[in-house]
Design a protein around this ligand. Structure first.
Ligand SMILES: NC(=O)c1ccc[n+]([C@@H]2O[C@H](COP(=O)([O-])OP(=O)(O)OC[C@H]3O[C@@H](n4cnc5c(N)ncnc54)[C@H](OP(=O)(O)O)[C@@H]3O)[C@@H](O)[C@H]2O)c1
Length: 256
């Protein structure tokens, strides 16, 4: 059995779908959780640092696990934003490397699904109010991250490899909003506001302080210099990485 931590999240959900009955998912929701103790044999673990602790790797190894695939972040080698989040991902990578399991590390850029944070504003009107319109990243489609993760869970040749996973195209935030506009057939725009105003808006919308802390420092850095880009998704999967425009088309309903 392949053990998926963060099974209800963006990547975990897609990994569960791709793996079907070969996968068991962990969740804080008892209705969606398969307790580790009930799994006779674990082959490999998809390790989401937000959803699991290193102790889980020890318990999985006790149930036979041979491999771990870590959902890490590009910021480990291309540092942006608040150092505490870099430290968090670095610690997760090190925990996997010390676990005694064969490991594969997936250092991901920002997920396309992060754009869903704009959905409430875009459903209310045609404008995203946010900081750093010119911040450039090669956003990766979380379904591609899951597809690479599944390969690494199943195929031993990815052991000991660290992959930088990005989308195929560097885009500003404003260009991403344009792409959502084209996908939804609406005239949409990005209106730049001061970072502090953006922070207050997120807090007023009920988001925990961690969200603006994670986001705003990174965006400020990506406005100064574009985030990294790689061809790894296509290299591993043997097909092109999904574009942000494809993601927007597939999620258009959520912005209407
Ligand atoms: N979003 C990005 O741009 C990005 C970029 C690079 C790396 N990553 C990393 O990739 C991993 C997967 O991201 P994702 O977007 O697929 O997952 P996610 O939606 O952020 O979280 C996955 C699952 O973890 C559980 N979870 C969330 N917050 C938690 C908390 N505070 N404590 C314990 N469990 C929690 C939730 O599951 P239950 O409610 O079912 O327990 C959630 O569905 C994360 O570790 C993330 O840090 C994300």
């Amino acid at each position: 059995m392949l053990l998926i931590t963060g099974a209800t999240g963006n990547v975990g959900r897609e990994a569960m779908r791709l793996l079907g009955d070969r996968a068991a998912g962990l969740s804080r929701d008892p209705a969606r959780n398969t307790p580790l103790e009930t799994i006779a044999h674990v082959e490999a673990v998809l390790y989401s640092p937000r959803a699991a602790t290193p102790e889980l790797l020890t318990r999985a190894a006790e149930r036979g696990a041979k491999r771990v695939v870590v959902l890490s972040a590009a910021t480990v080698t291309h540092p942006v934003g608040d150092p505490r989040f870099i430290a968090e991902f670095t610690a997760a990578e090190q925990a996997a490397q010390r676990s005694g399991l064969e490991w594969t590390i997936l250092r991901c850029t920002d997920f396309a699904a992060n754009a869903l944070a704009w959905a409430p504003q875009l459903r209310r009107g045609g404008v995203v109010r946010g900081a750093h319109a010119a911040a450039v990243t090669s956003t990766v489609d979380e379904r591609d991250v899951a597809a690479v993760a599944v390969r690494a869970l199943l195929e031993p040749e990815h052991a000991g490899r660290t992959y930088l996973l990005t989308g195929p195209q560097p885009l500003t935030q404003a260009a991403k909003v344009d792409a959502i506009g084209r996908a939804t057939g609406r005239e949409l725009s990005f209106a730049e506001i001061a970072p502090e105003q953006a922070r207050q808006g997120m807090l007023a919308a009920g988001l925990p302080a961690e969200i603006p802390d994670r986001l705003l420092g990174s965006l400020a850095d990506y406005a100064r210099a574009p985030g990294p880009a790689s061809t790894t998704v296509a290299d591993v999967l043997g097909r092109p990485a999904r574009t942000f425009a494809e993601w927007a088309t597939d999620h258009a309903e959520q912005f209407r």
